[in-house]
Design a protein around this ligand. Structure first.
Ligand SMILES: Cc1ncc(COP(=O)(O)O)c(C=O)c1O
Length: 400
């Protein structure tokens, strides 16, 4: 018996994990792999703060809070998120307008599901975090990439956003601070995007997962300055609270006119109910994350910055590589010049992996503008970064 499967997934590709089987194969053959592919601090020498673990442990092991939580998220956590958003982003948001998700990943699915019908378009940055390209496609909608300009420090091209808006456009995505480029947008850029969104009556989807990982410049949430444009904000605990595996995030809608709030929450709640709830003990951990000591954030930013600067310095000294200095996050997105590698970026990355064991992600996996680039994670300890950079340098010398 041959089963008939959907064809919808055939063209879906998640570049960040796509080459993992190849890396495993190389490792099996004895190659030492240096993983610079996944933005997970816990895979390196960063640990979830103890008070967060204790709170989740107590919830589960001592207090038996091992039940399904409310689909919207436990009220303590939504209250803590509301206080936190006021404190760090100056956004007033009621706990009733917050929905806890299983990571920002689930938030992206929820938002695309409630805003996109078949044939609709979502404006996404190019390069973009791959989910913003994959998920609209999953829902039979079309991600339309707007240019982000490398020469300007990877800043969105507002004129290109305007050019690509049409009557099928359902939202404009902003990822700031940005994965994969490490850029942090100025208030002016954010205001320009809000202005266009207002002019055409289109909401903004703002991915703020790196909002506390900034070492040059200042993060501004569009929700804190938008006076008329609705903003769907996505944020989570994976990065600043070192909780990647806990799978927790949240969505809220900033809706200045109040016209959309109820419908938006109702629809998101339908999605939330279908999947019952996020992990309950983990949510108690997240309450401790937001209400407990925040000292680790300064400390990890110091380490993230040192490592990012080291990798930037090494890459910018390499012939054939040009690179914009990251201002936040833990990514860097260098360009490979055509002189050293005339083939595509996927081939470059595969060859780099097989020849040297250094595992980075091919730039085209982040969209059109990513072609000819690669993304490296700047998280490893200095000596690992040094070793990886030596290997990349030797590799480039060899293929030049
Ligand atoms: C821009 C961006 N959004 C969302 C996610 C997914 O995060 P989460 O762990 O909350 O699902 C990531 C993960 O790397 C990301 O870089």
């Amino acid at each position: 018996m041959k089963i008939r499967f959907t064809e919808d997934l055939d063209n879906i590709e998640y570049a960040i994990r796509g080459l993992v089987p190849l890396a495993r194969e190389a490792a099996k053959k004895g190659k030492k792999i240096i993983y610079l592919n996944i933005g997970d601090p816990l895979k390196y020498d960063f640990k979830t703060p103890k008070h967060i673990i204790e709170a989740a442990y107590n919830a589960s092991m001592r207090d038996n809070r091992n039940y399904y939580g409310e689909s919207q998220g436990i009220s303590e956590l939504r209250e803590a998120i509301s206080e936190h958003e006021k404190r760090i982003n100056n956004v007033e948001i009621s706990p009733n307008d917050i929905i806890v998700t299983q990571g920002v990943s689930e938030g992206i699915s929820f938002i695309c599901r409630i805003l996109l019908d078949r044939g609709d378009e979502a404006l996404v940055p190019s390069p973009s975090y791959p989910l913003y390209i994959n998920v609209p496609e999953l829902y039979h909608a079309k991600p339309v990439e707007y240019n982000v300009v490398e020469e300007d420090g990877w800043i969105p091209d507002v004129d290109d956003i305007r050019k690509k808006i049409n009557d099928k456009t359902r939202f404009i995505t902003i990822i700031n601070p940005n994965n994969p480029t490490g850029s942090v947008y100025s208030e002016k850029v954010i205001r320009n995007i809000i202005d266009i969104a207002g002019e055409y009556g289109i909401p903004i989807v703002s991915d703020e997962i790196y909002n506390q990982i900034v070492f040059d410049g200042r993060f501004i949430s569009p929700a804190s300055i938008s006076k008329d444009v609705p903003v769907f904000v996505l944020n989570g605990f994976s990065k600043a609270y070192l909780m990647t595996g806990w799978r927790l995030g949240y969505i809220y809608i900033h809706d200045p006119s109040g016209e959309n709030r109820e419908r938006a929450i109702n629809l998101i709640m339908k999605m939330a109910m279908i999947r019952l709830s996020a992990n309950t003990p983990a949510q108690y951990g997240a309450v401790a994350a937001l209400r407990g000591p925040q000292d680790h954030i300064k400390e990890i930013n110091r380490r993230f910055r040192e490592r990012s600067e080291l990798m930037y310095k090494r890459l910018s000294e390499m012939p054939g590589i040009s690179v914009v200095k990251p201002k936040g996050t833990f990514y860097i997105f260098p360009r490979i010049s055509r002189e050293i590698f005339s083939g595509d970026d996927k081939k470059f990355v595969k060859k780099l992996l097989l020849d040297t064991g250094v595992f980075v992600v091919y730039g085209s996996g982040f969209g059109e503008t990513g072609v000819g680039h690669f993304r490296a994670v700047t998280l490893p300890p200095e000596d690992t970064i040094g070793e990886a950079m030596d290997k990349i340098e030797e590799f480039i010398e060899k293929i030049s």
